[in-house]
Design a binder for this molecule. Sequence first.
Ligand code: C2O
Length: 546
Amino acid sequence: AKTHYHDFVVQATKVKRLCKTHNTITVNGQYPGPTLEINNGDSLVVNVVNRARYNVTIHWHGVRQMRTGWADGPEFVTQCPIRPGGSYTYRFTIDGQEGTLWWHAHSSWLRATVYGALIIHPKEGSSYPFAKPKRETPILLGEWWDANPIDVVREATRTGGAPNVSDAYTINGQPGDLYNCSSKDTVIIPIDSGETNLVRVINAALNQELFFSIANHRFTVVGADASYLKPFTTSVIMLGPGQTTDVLISGNQPPARYYMAARAYQSAQGAPFDNTTTTAILEYKSAPCPAKGISARPVMPSLPAFNDTATATAFTQSFRSPQKVAVPTEIDESLFFTVGLGLNNCPRNFRARRCQGPNGTRFTASMNNMSFVLPSNYSILQAYKQGIPSLYTTDFPANPPVQFDYTGNVSRSLWQPIPGTKVYKLKYGSRVQLVLQGTSIQTAENHPIHIHGYDFHIIAEGFGNFNPKTDSAKFNLINPPMRNTVGVPVNGWAVIRFVADNPGAWLMHCHLDVHIAWGLAMVFLVEDGVGELQSILPPPADYPLC
Ligand code: C2O
């Protein structure tokens, strides 16, 4: 196993998109940031230097961080932010994960431009569970704002309304042919006739689930979130923010240029969204050059309608692990968390411009009616491990405090989220089942729920209210997929299981970033096990304090 050393300089960089030049926060001047490639079993040492004017942290999305929670990255959960002028070196080992993950800033909305791919090849001396691909290509789907993304979220939290939708989607940082001033920078992905290539698709968008497709080419899906899948074929994939999907494509079409494209899957009815389409070009190396003056527009894939929940659902429900997996069958902790939006009344003394949600309210979001508030002067992990004074409490509820018809019409009086910094304690080694139940308060939508420090088995998903009696018959305890981010279906539920085998403070949140700002988050505090082996390692010497 090797150790890979990298320097990440977070800095403002001039970036030209959609006809304008912006002062964009990047890593090493690159947008998207550098791709890290390693083998399963290797270690990473990444020295992050902050030369920007914002606080920053870097999160290694999906990396389990066994015993190295200090390197996980979410600000005020596992560390205090790296202040302007400061630095911090993240050190961790990849142990058992293979496939595609990514890294991103975990501080306000910096991740809009501060992100990159983290590619984990098979362990040295071992190989893929499929024929070795000729080429491998990361495809990072992103969202671009003409405004500074930090200002967009600040404005939303100040007014209580929804943030402005993005101005473009991007593939590897470029909007592509269909946007103004973007044609000549359209990304070109090469392929040769007869070869099979591995395409690693990452949804790095802030707030939007996306469909992705390539004209005339089918995908064989082989992995997601750095776990292998039992292969299946499809012409379109859907990813929530945070999710990755590995697909094989074959160069079996007439040599030419073909568009690959992504656009919104929008499960929330009536909510505004960016309805544009980003494209890149899949180009056969032997394709004839387009003759001068003849328009050589590539073929466009047909993407599902923006509200095609049936296609999105059919896709994710095709996921299976390749083999039988060890799903816990006995459960020590049976949890039921609602996930959804809400509205809070505008306090009387608020000026109206601060309450621009529906009918003069403020948007909020919650799990089990608790709207998570990040600490601002300590990190939860450090407070827990080193007993420093803190204000978090351990009374996050295991069940919703009020029972109601979660997917029906609910009166708002039943459900006004309470702000607080509450964590749920899990005993080291306990076997956890968590039902995530979407609610229809304000807007029902698909919420991509991500847990830090863990992969989990998704043993069932469905629509309506979860019914423990009838729905447990649907549990797949044989070969359910493993993921780190589950899309809880709109007006529906998902059931996940995992063993709490990684001590630390682990954020769970909706990966639609504006929902974090509104409170759709909580923290699992997994207690240290007995004995040296199960215990979290001591913090590094340069660990940022508040
Ligand atoms: Cu991809 Cu909490 O993050």
